[in-house]
Design a protein. Structure first.
Length: 439
C-alpha cells in the first residue's frame, strides 16, 4: 500500500480505501488519520479538539496512467480551546487556497516555466484550463531584490497593455523593455514602456547603493538607454554590443544595393539587375563563412559573381569592403590591435564619398568609446537578444497576450531564475503560499 501511495504521489500515512473508474477520471478515496499536532490558524494554539465529523472534500490530483485523478478524503472540523474558534483541518499535502494537491500545483507551475500554452499544460495534467489559470493568477512577481553587476537591456515587440474599464478598451504599448542579468543569464524584470522618463522612474526605486553595484551596462546604439545609464548608474561602464554595429553595416550594404537596383529597374537594365540579385546573400556574409555557401568552387564563383556585380555597382564594392574590414577587426586580438584597426577604419570610411558609407562610419565614430568597452571588458548584449527570441516563441505559442501583467509573469517564469535553478522545487514554497517571488 505504501508503494502505491508513493507511485501515486499520495501521503504515506493515508490509506487507499477504493478507486472508482469514471469516463474521464479516476476517483481515489483516502482514509487520512487525524494529525497529531493541530494548530489554530487564528491564535496559533495547539490545544485543539475535534468539534464534529466535518465533511468530505474532493480535490484534483496529478494524472495517473494518463488519466485525470481526483482524490476525496474526510476533512474534520476542529475547535480551539483558547480562542474558541472553529476551523477545518488542512493537510500539508493539500494546497491551502486552491482545490488541488500540492503535487498537482507543483506540476502545473513547472509546466508554466516552459514555453507552453495554457491549453497544452491543461492537457498534460488532465485538468481544465481554468485550473491552470488559477495557478497562474496565484503567482506574483515583485521588484528584484537587488540589481546585478552586469545589466543587459533591450526592447522587444510586445503589443500588450492594460484594460481600461471606463473606456472599455486596451491601452497597448507596441514595445516593451527587458532587463537581464548577464551573470545568471536570466531576465530579472520586464517593463511595459521604453521611454527614458519611465526607465529613470523605475531605476530610482532602488537605492543609490544598489545602483552603484552595477559595473557594466550593455545596450544597443540608443540615446535613450545610454542617457538612462549615465543618470542612474554612476559607476557603470557602458558597452555597446558589436552585433548592433554589424547590423548597422549590413543595413548600409543593403541601402547601397537597393539604390542601384532602383536605378536599374527605372532604366530597364535587367542584366545588371540579375547580377546584383545573385549576390544578395554573399554581400552580408563574412568571407570565412562563404565557403559553406559555395563549397569547393568558392574562389572561382566568388570572383566571377562579385566582379560582374561590382563592375555595374562600384559603390557596392566599397560598402562590401568596409563590412569585411570590420569583421576582421572583430576577429583581431588583443584589444590594442582592435583599437588601432578601428581607428584606421574610421579614418578611411568617414572620408568616403558614398553617402551611405559616410553615414554609417560617422555613427560608429560617435559610439566608438562604448563599442571599444565591449571588447575591452568582454561584455555584450547578446543575452538580451537571445532571450528576446524566447519571448517571441512564447508569444507564438500563447497566440498573443493582451494583458501586460500576464505577459510579464510568463516571461519571468520562462526566462527568469526560477527556470535556471538547479532545483526548481526549492523555490516553489513562496509560490505555494501566495507570496511574491523575488528574483
Amino acid at each position: 500500500m505504501k508503494t502505491s501511495n508513493y507511485l501515486a504521489k499520495l501521503p504515506q500515512e493515508a490509506t487507499i480505501k477504493s478507486i472508482q473508474v469514471f469516463k474521464d477520471y479516476d476517483l481515489i478515496s483516502l482514509d487520512v488519520p487525524t494529525a497529531s499536532q493541530r494548530l489554530c490558524p487564528h491564535c496559533g494554539s495547539d490545544d485543539c479538539v475535534i468539534k464534529d465529523s466535518g465533511t468530505i472534500q474532493t480535490v484534483r490530483h496529478i494524472p495517473c496512467n494518463h488519466r485525470g485523478t481526483v482524490v476525496s478524503f474526510h476533512k474534520r472540523r476542529l475547535l480551539c480551546k483558547d480562542c474558541h474558534s472553529s476551523f477545518y483541518e488542512t493537510p500539508y499535502w493539500i494546497h491551502p487556497f486552491l482545490r488541488m494537491t500540492q503535487a498537482l500545483y507543483d506540476s502545473i507551475l513547472l509546466d508554466l516555466i516552459q514555453p507552453l500554452s495554457f491549453s497544452e499544460i491543461a492537457r498534460r495534467n488532465h485538468v481544465p484550463q481554468s485550473a491552470v489559470q488559477s495557478v497562474f493568477q496565484f503567482i506574483h512577481f515583485g521588484l528584484p531584490a537587488k540589481l546585478p553587476e552586469t545589466i543587459c537591456i533591450d526592447e522587444f515587440k510586445g503589443n500588450s497593455g492594460v484594460w481600461s474599464p471606463k473606456s472599455h478598451r486596451w491601452y497597448r504599448n507596441k514595445y516593451h523593455c527587458s532587463i537581464s542579468d548577464s551573470d545568471s543569464h536570466s531576465v530579472i524584470d520586464v517593463l511595459d514602456q521604453i521611454s527614458g522618463v519611465y526607465l529613470n522612474k523605475y531605476f530610482h526605486q532602488f537605492s543609490l547603493e544598489q545602483r552603484k553595484r552595477v559595473k557594466y551596462f550593455c545596450c544597443d546604439m540608443s540615446n535613450g538607454f545610454v542617457s538612462v545609464s549615465r543618470k542612474n548608474f554612476p559607476d557603470a561602464r557602458i558597452c555597446i554590443d558589436p552585433f548592433h554595429v554589424v547590423k548597422r553595416l549590413n543595413e548600409m550594404v543593403d541601402d547601397v544595393r537597393l539604390r542601384y537596383q532602383r536605378q536599374f529597374q527605372d532604366a530597364g537594365d535587367t542584366e545588371s539587375l540579375k547580377k546584383l540579385k545573385g549576390i544578395i546573400r554573399l554581400l552580408k556574409t563574412r568571407e570565412d563563412n562563404q565557403v559553406k555557401y559555395w563549397g569547393a568552387r568558392f574562389h572561382e564563383n566568388k570572383q566571377r559573381q562579385f566582379q560582374d556585380a561590382f563592375e555595374v555597382a562600384p559603390d557596392l564594392l566599397e560598402a562590401y569592403d568596409s563590412l569585411q574590414f570590420f569583421h576582421d577587426i572583430l576577429a583581431s586580438w588583443p584589444y590594442s590591435v582592435q583599437y588601432e584597426e578601428l581607428t584606421e577604419w574610421i579614418k578611411q570610411y568617414t572620408a568616403s564619398d558614398v553617402e551611405e558609407i559616410h553615414s554609417a562610419a560617422c555613427t560608429i565614430r560617435h559610439w566608438r568609446g562604448y563599442i571599444q568597452n565591449s571588447w575591452k571588458y568582454g561584455k555584450s548584449n547578446g543575452l538580451s537578444e537571445g532571450l528576446n527570441n524566447k519571448v517571441k516563441v512564447l508569444k507564438r505559442v500563447a497566440f498573443g497576450l493582451h494583458s501586460f501583467e500576464s505577459f510579464r509573469k510568463r516571461i519571468l517564469l520562462t526566462c527568469g531564475k526560477l527556470r535556471l535553478s538547479k532545483d526548481p522545487l526549492s523555490v516553489l514554497e513562496d509560490a505555494r503560499n501566495g507570496k511574491e517571488i523575488r528574483l
